[in-house]
Design a protein around this ligand. Structure first.
Ligand code: CMC
Length: 429
């Protein structure tokens, strides 16, 4: 039997070390024993941006980036998108198993009965400027929620955690819809508990004077599928923020505000907004080759392309591309689709993109659907945040219950000035 160890020879000293390999990984802390001098700190690994460092053991989401595979708790994303619904998928991500009928009914009830927000939260949202970005409103409101629920600090009380979970998943669509209504100067629409999660969200967004809002079932289903696809994505930038901030044992609302802030960035959840700006900038199919050349020359990136983990077609993008056709049947075709299809066609054949394994990611087509459904681009990262709240909570809870986890605190390599004497202002050149 080959030994499950790694032998390291330190050429500075000639010493040999055997380091255990577990799950295809060595522990960075095992390197600490390797010292050139007795009083050395010990060897560390240097890994900016976590390119090759596992920060946790997880049992939630599996990705094989080379093969383009994504699974939640073992279930392929394509099967969930086809056969599940968002709240059922949320239950799966959080509890590890699909619910039975009774569990599902209870879960849907518990989420539905936590959709209202405190009137003071509404007043707080009223205070934002009329053209405030809805994502900024969402981030701030999430942080503000922590001031309303004192039991949120009881993070090691399972019952309290469950309560915050209902509240967070239930209130996300309400806050998102209120942010939108505020930005267009329309009165807020309160949640309707007789509607499904996605129907209710659409009602809070679009209802005007009608007694009951009736959403198109194709659009309800499309949004539900988009929510399934965005629910978790293992250790991405925002999940890492949720875990990292949560590791200080702050309440989940504050940690989620940090996670949502991470998602806001154009390299993460803000990318779908950038895709639409990019398509606007390109303007027509005829301008696509020129745009591709400018990207290759280093002037900006092809937004919605490339991924840290996927070096193949993002499986979510495949589902979304198909979904787009169903949505456009109802809404009419988004004229920017032609530009997007041409970009994809050329990029997938171009040496630059092929060599770097750059394929469309989840954000490439989702924005086109959102726009066709009537959402302004500023709402896109908000639409991403609603379902991702589930992944954030699942990752946060897993981190809290993992006995190997501690407060997240990376090391650094200090290359700044050595110690020096303070110079009073009068003596400075
Ligand atoms: N357009 C043009 N070139 C690109 C792109 C792109 N979209 N993405 C990567 N490259 C090039 C990059 O210039 C580099 O080339 P070189 O080796 O010559 O320097 C090479 O490909 C590797 O890029 P990288 O920046 O080292 O890759 P990364 O893993 O650090 O970045 C990424 C991943 C998603 C940040 C990046 O691909 C990107 O900026 N994409 C555009 C933004 C985007 O669509 N983001 C959404 C990600 S999916 C949703 C989510 O999970 O948030």
């Amino acid at each position: 039997m080959p030994s499950e160890t790694l032998t390291i020879v330190d050429n500075r000293t000639g010493r040999k070390y055997d380091v255990p390999i577990t799950n295809g990984t060595i522990k960075a802390i095992d390197l600490r024993q390797i010292k050139a001098e007795e009083d050395d700190f010990g060897l560390m690994s240097y890994d900016p941006a976590f390119m090759n460092t596992a920060s946790c053991i997880s049992r939630i989401t599996y990705i094989d980036g080379d093969k383009g595979i994504l699974r939640y708790r073992g279930y392929p994303i394509e099967q969930l998108a086809e056969q599940s619904n968002f709240l059922e998928t949320a239950y799966l991500l959080l509890n590890g198993e699909l619910p039975n009928r009774a569990q599902s009914d209870q879960w849907v009830h518990d989420i539905t009965f936590h959709t209202m927000i405190h009137e003071n939260i509404k007043k707080l949202m009223d205070g934002f400027h009329y053209d405030a970005h809805p994502m900024g409103m969402l981030i701030s409101t999430l942080a503000a929620l922590s001031t309303f629920y004192r039991d949120a600090k009881d993070i090691y009380d399972a019952e309290a955690r469950r309560k915050q979970t209902y509240r967070l998943i239930g209130k996300m669509p309400t806050i998102a819809a209120f942010a939108y209504r505020h930005s267009v100067g329309r009165p807020y629409v309160y949640p309707d508990n007789t509607l499904s999660y996605t129907e209710n969200f659409l009602s809070m967004l679009w209802r005007m004077t009608e007694v009951k809002y009736e959403a198109d079932p194709v659009l309800v289903r499309a949004l539900d599928v988009l929510f399934i696809l965005h629910a978790d994505h293992e250790q991405n930038c925002s999940a890492n923020a949720m875990r990292g901030v949560g590791s200080s044992h702050v309440d989940p609302y504050s940690a989620m505000a940090a996670a949502a802030a991470a998602l806001y960035g154009p390299l993460h959840g803000g990318a779908n907004e950038e895709v639409l700006h990019m398509l606007d900038q390109i303007g027509s199919k005829a301008n696509v080759p020129k745009f591709i050349e400018s990207v290759k020359a280093g002037h900006g990136r092809l937004m919605g392309f490339g991924h840290r983990v996927y070096k193949n077609y993002d499986p979510r993008a495949k589902v979304i591309k198909k979904l787009a056709d169903e949505v456009f049947e109802v809404t009419g075709r988004n004229p920017k689709l032609d530009i997007a299809l041409e970009l994809e066609r050329i990029a997938l054949e171009d040496e630059y993109f092929v060599k770097r394994k750059l394929y469309p990611n989840v954000d490439f087509y989702s924005g086109l659907i959102y726009q066709a459904m009537g959402f302004p681009v500023e709402m896109f990262p908000v639409l991403f945040s609603i379902p991702r709240s589930v992944g954030w909570i699942a990752q946060w809870e897993e981190m809290l219950l993992d006995s190997e986890q501690k407060i997240a605190r990376p090391r650094q390599i200090y290359l700044g000035p050595p110690v020096r004497e303070f110079v009073p202002m009068i003596k400075r050149p």
